[in-house]
Design a protein around this ligand. Structure first.
Ligand code: THU
Length: 161
């Protein structure tokens, strides 16, 4: 028997003012795009904006439904858009923000497990890491170098070979 350790490093900033100009701009756009979320059931409005390798930007917001499981997270709405509009173009960075109408919006939230799985597959299919900038409307910001770091021991197509 031996023990294995999984660790990863990410950056923590006290505020969006400490980010570089490009990252700050992307996070501001993610904050703004939360307004386009359709979240009448959770009142938790998530906005995501991606910068692609070709310079294009794609956005995503959570889209809920009265039949709750039909709802989609902002991250997967974004990836579906990126894949449909620019199928082979690497996604470089995604900024994700939220506006919680039931509470505070002042700390970073991370993608849910299902979105982590979707982000991981996107990284693999275009062979490019996806950097994540996570932050609320205010407060600390996390910058994660690649989305797949959030999903250790993941299941991928390789496991079915
Ligand atoms: N949600 C996202 O859009 N992204 C996340 O990373 C976490 C959760 C959405 C799903 C649902 O519409 C609402 O936030 C509350 O869970």
């Amino acid at each position: 028997m031996n023990h294995q350790k999984y660790q990863f490093e990410f950056e923590v900033y006290d505020s969006s003012d400490n980010l570089n100009d490009d990252d700050k701009k992307l996070l501001m756009q993610a904050r703004k795009v939360t307004e386009n979320a359709y979240a009448p059931y959770s009142n938790f409005f998530v906005g995501a904006v991606a910068k692609l390798e070709n310079g294009e930007q794609v956005t995503g917001t959570n889209q809920e439904n009265a039949s709750y499981p039909v709802g989609m997270c902002a991250e997967r709405v974004l990836l579906a858009g990126a894949s449909s509009l620019f199928p082979k173009v690497p996604v470089q960075t995604i900024a994700i923000s939220y506006h919680n109408n039931n509470g505070e919006s002042n700390r970073p939230v991370s993608p849910c497990g299902m979105c982590r799985q979707a982000l991981l597959e996107y990284e693999e299919r275009v062979k490019h890491p996806i950097r994540l900038i996570l932050g609320g409307l205010e407060g600390k910001i996390y910058v994660i170098p690649r989305a797949s770091m959030l999903l250790p021991l993941s299941f991928t197509a390789l496991d079915m070979e």
